[in-house]
Structure formats: structure tokens, C-alpha cells
Design a protein around this ligand. Structure first.
Ligand code: SF4
Length: 481
């Protein structure tokens, strides 16, 4: 069945919410619900492959990897309105996808004869795929209209979210489904963040979340991340009982047999023993509590009104390690912290790199485990306190960034990874995704899964059990068992 409306997913990555394959974000699903499920789903990869077909090579072409169907010609011919879902605000590196940019859309949309609507996070707070740059300019005549959210409050979302589940049937690869638990932020002051600008604090009811997951489960989905919120532990007023009521009916003890139930985003000051134990008990292994520490430099923390102090972050890492650092059946630990650091914030100086390193070294020396340390350059977006500062500190300090990063990668990440996944560990159900020459790379389904490389060109788009045989700076090497 081909419909007159088409969603073109250019993928989204926000402070709270990921929609880059294999993640399926909330925005295309909610829009599909608004259009009563009568909509075609295409990706930017489909469009690239149609207008500039892929050439076979030794390296997987990640710009044309996530194809929903063999040909999109009939869909484009019948489409009367195309909704372009766009919004990269916390750009990262993606193993098997590359988000679409406004510049790229400009080159394709001229050839599509349909009403063109811009939709998603881009509408309120812009988009930029390159860290350290300001938001992309949007040509005034590129789109015929712009659409913000398709719902007002969460009572309106309840039925849309269930109806939107149907588009997953048009997406042929195994997906991680991003689920929203709330919006806005109870801290709400970090200088670079768009989340407080987009929404006031509001939480979804447990029954609405469960109904949405059930609809997706009935469509065949088994991997979920409760990731679309600024902080999972803030739920309904930082209420531990309410968090348990959310997790229990979908967790490991429930009737739903999920392959993956993970979370994202926790404000470190809200980590306590009870809430940590709930995640260990109800979620599946490989789960990561990602902390936006952003900086350990107290001057940067002050000038950017960041949400945590270095001591609080240390304490949170210790608690999560105490309860979460035990290995589960798929070879990964039940729950580990992940740290986010941001470069280019106000007040950054030569000292910032040194202080960040010192605290990470302290964690390593205490034998604490971090599943990952994410270091990115700030993207100043309109409306944030960083917008006026722009790239001033990036320009000032950029020459030091490689050295700062490299020291952390070599002296922290590498030894920590050896502790985390010792040689001989077997990681189960690794989905192999891309080739690079005679090597193949893949990962388990999860929140920030570890990348495993095999020194052989094995068939992709298949699951394997891999025994770990070596370590790279941020990934591991394995062989098929
Ligand atoms: S704690 Fe800061 S970075 Fe995190 S969502 Fe709130 S304002 Fe944004």
C-alpha cells in the first residue's frame, strides 16, 4: 500500500532523544500517529540511493545503508506531502548511518514534486551535524511549511504514540526503539542545552508508556530504550515508587520477553542506592546510565551553570559500580555509568583539560568502570546561553583538543576497557553491520553498545557470538565462536 503522505527520516540526535539507526526516534512515530498510520516511511538513505545510487566497494557505504525498500520511485510519484524529520543537536559518530543535513536536502528536494514540510527538533532549535559549528542556515524557500510537535500535552500523545507504532513494519532492520518518559528538565540551566527551551517539565503516565510499548511489541519490536527524557530518575518528582511502577510491568520479571530494556540520561546528583538497584533488577544487561558531567573544571561548571560537581559525579559513579558492575548472560555488565564531556564551554582554559583528566584518572585508580567517555565539542544553538558566546572558546582552545582527547583515550579508556571486557569474554548476539576492507564491525543492541571488530570479512546483517581477543582504544576485537 502506498499513501499520499511520506515521512522522510533524516534522523535526530538531541540532548534527550536519539533517532539515528538502528535507533528509531519518537518524532517519525508520533508524526505517523498524527497521520493515522496512513503514511510511507522513507529514510535519507533511500533518497541518496535513488538520486545518487550506491557503488559497490570494500567499505560499507553508511550513507546508503538504511534502505527501506528496493525502489522508492512509486512512493515519490504518489507522494503529495513529504515531511522531512530533521534535528541533530548533539552530533556524534555513527557506525552505520549518517544523518541528513539541510544542505543535502536542498540538493534533493528540488527534484521532488510534493508539498514539503520541515518537521522535528530543527523547527524549534536548529540542526548541525558538525560539532563545534553553529546551526545550519535554512533557505527561506526550501520548505512550504514547518510543523512543530503534533501534540500539546501528554494526554493528547497517548493515542498518537500507539497509532504511530505501525510504521515499524515498514523498517526492515532490527531496531532500538526510543521511548519517551518525560520532557523538560528539573535542573534546566546548562548553557548549551535546548531541552529546557523546548518544554516545561512533564511526565508521561506509566499506562501510556506501557500501551505504546505493547503496541510496538505486537508489531514485533523487542528492543527498547527509555531514553527520551532529560533524566530517568527525575520521573514524577524523583519518586522511586513511581519509577518501579514504570519498570516492573515491562522489565525482566514481566510477561513481555524483551531482548533489551535500557535507559539513557541520569543527572548524577539523583543517583542513590535504591534507584540504582531498580535498574539492575528490571532492565537487561549492557545498560548505561549516561551522565552529562560535561566538565570537572569548577570555573566551567560555574559559568555554564552545569548540573553537577566533581564530587557528586564521583559518588554517583561509585554507587552504580557497586550494584551494576556484575556481568549478565550476554557478556556485558548489568549497569555501568557513561560520562559525557563537552569542550568549548564558557570559561574553558588550559586547566580544563588537566582537571578532566585528573578526575578520570582517579576513577581508573579506584578500579571504577565507565562504559564510555564521550567527548564532544559544543554546538551553540539559537536560544541557548551559548549562542552569544558561539565558538569563541573552541577557537581559543581547539589546538589542545586532540592532545586532551588522545591522553584520555590512551591512558584512561584503554586500560579501563581491558578491565571491563577481559580477553576470553564472550559477547552474545552481536549484530554485525559494516565492512571496512577485510574487517567487519558490529555491536549488541543497547544504549551505547561497545563496537566489536572481527579481523575477517564475515557476512553482515547477522547475529554472532564473539569471543574477545584484543582491545583497541575504544573498541574490542573478537572472533566468531
Ligand atoms: S541537566 Fe542540563 S544538559 Fe541535562 S537536560 Fe537539564 S539542562 Fe540539559
Amino acid at each position: 500500500m502506498i499513501y499520499e503522505d511520506t515521512i522522510l527520516d533524516c534522523y535526530t540526535d538531541e540532548p534527550a532523544g536519539l533517532g539515528v539507526p538502528p535507533y528509531l526516534g519518537v518524532h517519525p512515530r508520533y508524526l505517523a500517529g498524527h497521520l493515522k498510520g496512513k503514511v510511507n516511511y522513507l529514510t535519507i538513505d533511500d533518497l541518496r540511493n535513488y538520486f545518487e545510487p550506491k557503488k559497490e566497494g570494500q567499505k560499507t557505504d553508511i550513507k546508503r545503508y538504511n534502505l527501506t525498500r528496493k525502489s522508492i520511485q512509486d512512493v515519490l510519484e504518489k507522494t503529495k506531502t513529504i515531511y522531512c524529520v530533521v534535528g541533530i543537536q548533539t552530533p556524534g559518530k555513527y557506525l552505520s548511518a549518517l544523518p541528513g543535513t539541510i544542505k543535502e536536502l536542498t540538493s534533493f528536494l528540488d527534484n521532488i514534486h510534493a508539498n514539503k514540510i520541515l518537521y522535528g527538533p530543527v523547527v524549534s532549535t536548529g540542526t548541525q551535524l558538525q560539532g563545534g559549528r553553529i546551526a545550519e542556515k535554512i533557505p527561506g524557500d526550501l520548505f512550504d511549511g514547518r510543523m512543530g510537535e503534533v501534540f500539546g500535552d501528554y494526554s493528547e500523545l497517548a493515542s498518537l504514540a500507539v497509532k504511530g507504532a505501525s510504521i515499524t513494519k515498514q523498517i526492515p532492520w532490527p531496531k532500538m526503539i526510543e521511548i519517551e518518559t518525560g520532557r523538560g528538565c528539573i535542573m534546566g540551566k546548562c548553557s548549551f542545552c535546548t531541552e529546557p527551551l523546548k518544554s516545561k517539565v512533564e511526565w508521561r503516565e506509566q499506562k501510556d508508556i506501557h500501551n505504546e510499548i505493547k503496541a510496538l511489541y505486537d508489531s514485533g519490536e523487542r528492543n527498547f530504550r527509555l531514553g527520551k527524557q532529560s533524566c530517568f530518575f527525575s520521573y514524577k518528582g524523583i519518586n522511586t515508587n513511581e519509577i518501579e511502577k514504570l519498570l516492573k510491568p515491562i522489565g525482566r520479571e514481566s510477561k513481555l520477553k524483551l531482548n533489551c530494556l535500557h535507559i539513557d540520561n541520569i543527572i548524577p546528583s539523583l543517583v542513590d542506592e535504591d534507584r540504582t538497584k531498580l535498574l539492575v533488577k528490571h532492565c537487561t544487561e549492557g545498560n548505561i546510565a549516561a551522565f552529562g558531567v560535561e566538565s570537572f573544571d569548577t570555573e566551567v561548571i560555574k559559568q555554564n551553570t552545569l548540573n553537577t560537581s566533581p564530587e557528586i559525579a564521583m559518588k554517583a559513579v561509585r554507587i552504580i559500580n557497586k550494584f551494576g558492575a556484575k556481568r549478565g548472560p550476554n557478556g556485558m555488565h548489568y549497569l555501568l555509568p557513561g560520562l559525557n564531556l563537552v569542550l568549548g564551554l564558557k570559561g574553558e582554559s588550559k586547566k580544563t583539560g588537566e582537571v578532566n583528566y585528573e578526575y578520570l584518572k582517579k576513577m581508573l585508580d579506584e578500579k571504577l568502570l565507565l562504559r564510555r567517555i564521550n567527548i564532544r565539542q559544543v554546538t551553540p544553538l539559537p536560544g541557548t546561553a551559548m549562542w552569544d558566546t558561539g565558538t569563541k572558546f573552541i577557537r581559543k582552545n581547539k589546538s589542545k583538543y586532540w592532545k586532551w582527547r588522545n591522553k584520555i583515550r590512551k591512558e584512561i579508556d584503554y586500560p579501563m576497557l581491558q578491565e571491563l571486557i577481559p580477553i576470553g569474554t564472550v559477547l552474545k548476539n552481536v549484530w554485525m553491520e559494516v565492512h571496512d576492507g577485510n574487517h567487519t564491525f558490529g555491536r549488541q543492541m543497547g544504549s551505547y553498545p561497545l563496537i566489536v571488530g572481527v579481523k575477517d570479512r564475515i557476512e553482515t546483517k547477522k547475529h554472532y557470538d564473539l569471543e574477545i581477543t584484543g582491545h583497541m582504544l575504544r573498541s574490542v576485537v573478537g572472533r566468531v565462536v
